[in-house]
Design a protein around this ligand. Structure first.
Ligand code: LLH
Ligand code: MG
Length: 378
């Protein structure tokens, strides 16, 4: 089998998530967004799908690297794209490599009539989820006060969630960041949901060592499960310093570049207690499984970053603790259960016990609404 083409179909849809000046998402007015559907096409009719690469990147970088390849040679294709990144990182991010890698896994699953997690080697088909909030805001009744976080946490627990993660306030909010406000929100949530719900925090990502230590020690008193990315992840020494002093688990790295190499360095330096990564942080399912096996070799748990089909299949194929699926980002004003207009259904419905179930359809199991995309083609 050979890859004969990679098609890109731009299309319009309406979104009500807006980005603030620092790039964080919040609820906002409806507006048009342009997306792209990526289709890997082969000479035998097998296809794999993904979203979100611009046509010029596909034309100038992806096609030269993968055209004519056997789509089942995922490792060779991934290694080649990684090599292309050395000189073309400006256009070929790990996110883009991840889209191609996921589309190749999707193609393999569709062709073989198997869900991706079974091709990876299945371990479980049900994964507990945590409710992961958007970053704090100043929307009345949204995520604007410690009490609002507590109200929302209570609502999530009523829906079945057994765990809740706060993304707290960050710039451009005038008074943020503020570790004391983070503690106030965490305390309000703990008091509201009681001792049996796992709680985590993902705060401003550029606190100083002292601010992060203060926050960590307060969270220990509140019985939090973990603290995530409180400092710039490029400073591994800062994380060694922090982890060495805290009892609460430090999770990371999440956004740091370097794929499995970075995770290996963090593990050998004891920079965190639990490792982290998601398919779009590290360049796909192929490298994320390497990270999972790396963690397993060192007896380190790995918490997977972000929702989505690729991460769900990896979680279902992990034989080591990667305890939770990150379901979000959630907000009281956003209906997460409503599928994006170009999808027929969401990938990760929540059951009443706070679990998500890995899709059993061939491939990644994303139900694409091809009619919608055709009707809204740009
Ligand atoms: O800063 C943000 O917007 C969030 O932290 C975001 O990156 C989110 O994906 C995350 O970190 N989840 O764990
Ligand atoms: Mg995070």
């Amino acid at each position: 089998m050979k890859i004969t083409d990679i098609e890109v179909q731009p299309f319009k849809y309406v979104s009500n998530v807006v980005r603030d000046t620092e790039g964080h998402g919040h609820p906002g007015p409806e507006h048009d967004v342009t997306g792209t559907l990526i289709t890997i096409v082969t000479d035998e009719g097998a296809k794999g799908y993904g979203f979100g690469i611009n046509p010029d990147v596909v034309e100038n970088v992806i096609k030269p690297a993968v055209a004519g390849e056997d789509p089942f040679y995922r490792e060779r294709i991934w290694q080649r794209l990684k090599e292309w990144q050395r000189l073309h990182l400006g256009v070929l991010s790990d996110r883009i490599v991840g889209v191609i890698d996921l589309a190749l896994w999707d193609l393999a699953g569709r062709y073989l009539g198997q869900p991706v997690y079974r091709l990876l080697g299945g371990y479980r088909d049900t994964i507990p989820a945590y409710a992961s909030t958007m970053c704090g805001d100043e929307l009345p009744g949204g995520l604007d006060t410690p009490e609002s976080y507590a109200n929302y946490a209570e609502e999530c627990v009523k829906k079945g969630y057994k765990a809740f993660k706060l993304h707290t306030w960050m710039p451009p909010i005038r008074w943020a960041p503020d570790p004391k406000m983070d503690v106030a929100a965490c305390r309000a949530v703990r008091e509201r949901v009681g001792p049996d719900v796992d709680l985590m925090v993902d705060c401003f990502h550029y606190y100083s060592r002292e601010q992060a230590l203060y926050l960590g020690r307060e969270l220990e008193k509140l019985g939090f499960r973990w603290i995530e990315e409180p400092m710039d992840e490029h400073s591994i020494s800062s994380y060694v310093w922090l982890s060495g002093q805290l009892d609460i688990a430090v999770v990371g790295p999440e956004t740091s570049e370097g794929k499995m190499h970075t995770r290996a360095e963090w593990i050998v330096r004891n920079a965190s207690d639990i490792s982290r990564g998601g398919v779009f942080d590290v360049g796909g399912i192929t490298p994320l499984m390497k990270i999972v096996h790396l963690c397993e070799s060192f007896g380190v748990a790995c918490e997977i970053h972000s929702p989505g089909a690729g991460n769900l299949h990896v979680l279902a194929a992990m034989g080591i603790p990667g305890e939770y699926y990150e379901r979000g980002l959630l907000h009281p004003f956003i209906d997460y259960d409503k599928p994006a207009p170009y999808l027929k259904e969401i990938i990760d419905p929540l059951d009443g016990d706070g679990n998500v179930h890995v899709p059993q359809k061939p491939g990644l199991g994303i139900e694409i609404d091809f009619d919608y995309i055709r009707a809204n083609a740009v």
